[in-house]
Design a protein around this ligand. Structure first.
Ligand code: F6R
Ligand code: ZN
Length: 194
């Protein structure tokens, strides 16, 4: 490869206190209305959409790199606090399309869980709190859940070719839900999915 064809090094800034990426190139936003079908209490989600004017649920900020093997994609994921009925706000969750790809989540702010599941239904939860790094191994679907009262912010890094498969989680959901019971987060077996 000619030297002039090489990708050029670059740097970005992340405010480690707030967890904000400064001048991201791309920010994807998921609103409450994008979460239809994910929560157990569907009327509660509809009330949230109507009464709070379809609030932002979470967003992902990145400065993308080419999605080719060898590159590392990275982003800041910011999940707002709140409840849909008894269920804590969560991300949609996905498998990576390239199953052999892992992901690192370094929590910068907030409290919650990383819920992970395999195709055969094994389910694990790792606590997330400032300074905790969660390793999502290859083949595990992952979803973050915010159980605190401030945004749950993570810095994520994964192989750039990973791709995202949302369809399977849309269909099968996770075996566990994180609910507020007696004022505390509890992991509860999901009755009917999604
Ligand atoms: C990337 C990754 C995170 C999530 C983000 C939003 O592979 O795992 O950056 O994309 O937390 O969650 P989803 O993608 O499930 O809507
Ligand atoms: Zn991922």
């Amino acid at each position: 490869m000619l030297e002039r064809d090489l990708m050029q090094p670059f740097g970005i800034e992340i405010d480690l206190e707030t967890g904000r990426m400064l001048r991201p190139e791309r920010t994807s936003v998921r609103r409450a209305s994008d979460m239809r079908g994910y929560y157990a209490d569907e009327p509660a989600l509809e009330r949230l959409i109507r009464d709070a004017d379809d609030p932002v649920h979470y967003q992902v900020s990145e400065k993308p790199v080419p999605e080719t093997p060898g590159n590392l994609m990275y982003c800041i994921s910011t999940l707002q606090p709140g409840l849909v009925g008894q269920e804590f706000f969560m991300t949609k969750g996905h498998y990576h399309q390239v199953k052999e790809t892992a992901e690192l989540y370094l929590c910068l702010r907030g409290q919650g869980f990383m819920l992970m599941k395999t195709e055969t239904g094994e389910c694990k939860a790792e606590a997330m709190a400032r300074g905790r790094l969660v390793y999502v191994p290859p083949s595990w679907a992952h979803r973050s859940v915010n159980t605190g009262d401030e945004p749950l912010v993570s810095f994520c890094v994964y192989p750039a070719e990973a791709g995202h498969n949302y369809g399977d989680i849309e269909k099968e959901g996770f075996p566990k839900r994180v609910l507020r019971m007696n004022g505390r987060p509890q992991l509860v077996a999901a009755a009917a999915q999604r």
